[in-house]
Write a protein that binds this ligand. Structure first.
Ligand code: SME
Length: 166
């Protein structure tokens, strides 16, 4: 009959990536690379295009004491400079902690680069020597998009990928 009958409409859209598959791609693509921006660009590309709930995916880099500047990203334009004293990204860098914000409107100091953002996950990124390189910022137009599974996947992966980063 018509084409709609050939499509399985009962399958719910998936809202998580295949973490193992994505990790394997990222490991293969970044193997042997130590340049920080090259690593950031590759991670952003892979995460943004494979995580169904990422609407903005990018790194902010530590470029001076207590100062972040935008790095590789995908999505609409982001603000260029974020001091450690501002926003979710600044707080994650300042505290050295993962911040999972299910509702950005409830985070007093959230910096709204895009009015469509509803939730975000920000993870500090260190190299193996313990130098803070920046933060990874995942923003979603879906409320409470990110889960402990995302955190548990990304924390060890970031440590592994950026271990020898310079
Ligand atoms: N979400 C960030 C700002 C960066 S942009 O959204 C791209 C924050 O509040 O730190």
């Amino acid at each position: 009959m018509g084409w709609p009958l050939d499509i399985d409409r009962t399958t719910a859209p998936t809202d998580v990536p295949d973490y193992d598959d994505l990790s394997a791609s990222i490991r293969a693509l970044t193997k042997g690379e130590v340049d920080t921006v090259a690593l950031m660009a590759t991670l952003v590309c892979e995460i943004h295009h494979n995580h169904p709930l990422c609407d903005w995916t990018g790194f902010y880099r530590v470029v001076a004491p207590d100062l972040l500047k935008i790095g590789p990203y995908q999505g609409g334009h982001g603000c260029l400079v974020i001091p450690f004293s501002r926003g979710v990204c600044g707080a994650a860098a300042r505290m050295g902690q993962v911040l999972n914000v299910p509702d950005v409107d409830a985070f007093a100091d959230h910096i709204a680069c895009s009015s469509s953002t509803r939730s975000e996950l920000v993870l500090p990124v260190w190299n193996g020597a313990g130098t803070l390189l920046g933060v990874l910022d995942l923003d979603s137009n879906t409320p409470a998009a990110f889960t402990a599974a995302d955190e548990n996947w990304l924390v060890p992966l970031l440590a592994e990928v950026f271990r020898d980063s310079v």
